[in-house]
Design a protein around this ligand. Structure first.
Ligand code: G4P
Length: 285
């Protein structure tokens, strides 16, 4: 479910997340691999008071695989550990615990030195709407076992979910607000579903997306909407008119725009990544 964010919502979410983050060893920030930079919330470092963060590029199955790898390298250069995931398939999920252990190796070694033989890692998922936080939580649990530890600070409604003997995750993810300042970021978040339908104009999003797809993924426009070379030379507003007619929607341009956004969100337009990879990470592009 996408949420419309107002300053009051943001302040409330910020306060709640800050309180709960005090309880964890590591923050699992989930982003959409198609918009790995635009779906990050820069507040997380501050909210987590510099707790370690594992950045999870989820929905990697819908993103441009080469760009996902380049983004992981970019984050590494920025000192952030990032992994790619497809939460709908369980196979890669154990990687979350494995990498969290690596990030927390020193802290865990100190606990062992103090006599704690099997120290438990506690984590919390955070992220903007629709990036797959709930899916990851559900898939992470082997049997959906809830650990109702009466640990200080955890409210009655909150529980630690046990992913393994040594890895527990708070059952409620922290929902962060998306970035709104840059219109391009807004268009990207709308296209991937992190921003509620009431806060954007479908035609603006589609003009933005067609400009991008014409440049980087023209074949996907050819394949999905039978766009011809001549069509792709038109401006994006003209292309909307052409494709609306081609799909038999007459002059119902809104109908085409809504279909385009739904097709993009559901992966019918093929894999794509909307955040350009910074030049230094491209290597052998
Ligand atoms: P949230 O808690 O962050 O808001 O996101 P949530 O888990 O609800 O996931 C949002 C949508 O994204 C869901 O689809 C979910 O199935 C899908 N999703 C999550 N992770 C992945 C992934 O790695 N790959 C792909 N392709 N999709 C993913 P939905 O259509 O809203 O719901 P449903 O049809 O699955 O019930």
């Amino acid at each position: 479910m996408t949420i419309q964010w107002y300053p009051g919502h943001m302040a409330k979410a910020q306060k709640q997340i800050k309180e709960r983050l005090k309880l964890v060893d590591i923050i699992l920030e989930i982003v959409d691999a198609r918009v790995p930079e635009s779906s990050i919330n820069p507040m997380i470092q501050e909210l987590g008071q510099n707790k370690p963060v594992l950045l999870i590029l989820n929905k990697a199955d819908m993103a441009d695989a080469q760009k996902t790898q380049q983004w992981i390298e970019t984050f590494k250069k920025r000192g952030i550990t990032a992994i790619a995931l497809d939460a709908q398939h369980k196979a890669k999920l154990p990687m979350i615990e494995k990498v969290a252990q690596e990030i927390l190796a020193d802290k865990l070694a100190k606990k062992r030195a103090k006599g704690i033989r099997n120290p438990v890692i506690r984590a919390m998922c955070v992220g903007v709407p629709n990036v797959g936080k709930s899916t990851i939580l559900n898939r992470l649990m082997h049997k959906n076992i809830a650990v109702t530890g009466n640990r200080p600070g955890v409210t009655k409604n909150q529980q630690w979910l046990k992913a393994s003997e040594r890895f527990e995750v708070l059952d409620t993810p922290g929902v962060l607000w998306p970035k709104f300042d840059d219109p391009a970021v807004g268009n990207k978040l709308a296209l991937t579903g992190a921003i509620s339908d009431v806060v954007y104009h479908a035609d603006d999003v589609v003009v933005f997306a067609l400009d991008y797809f014409k440049q980087f993924y023209p074949n996907q426009l050819r394949k999905t909407y039978q766009a011809t070379d001549a069509d792709l030379e038109q401006s994006s507003p003209e292309l909307i008119m052409i494709l609306t007619k081609r799909l038999g929607f007459k002059e119902d341009y809104d109908r085409f725009c809504i279909k385009f956004i739904n097709d993009a969100r559901q992966g019918k337009l093929g894999r794509f990544t909307l955040d350009p990879v910074p030049a230094e990470a491209k290597g052998n592009d």
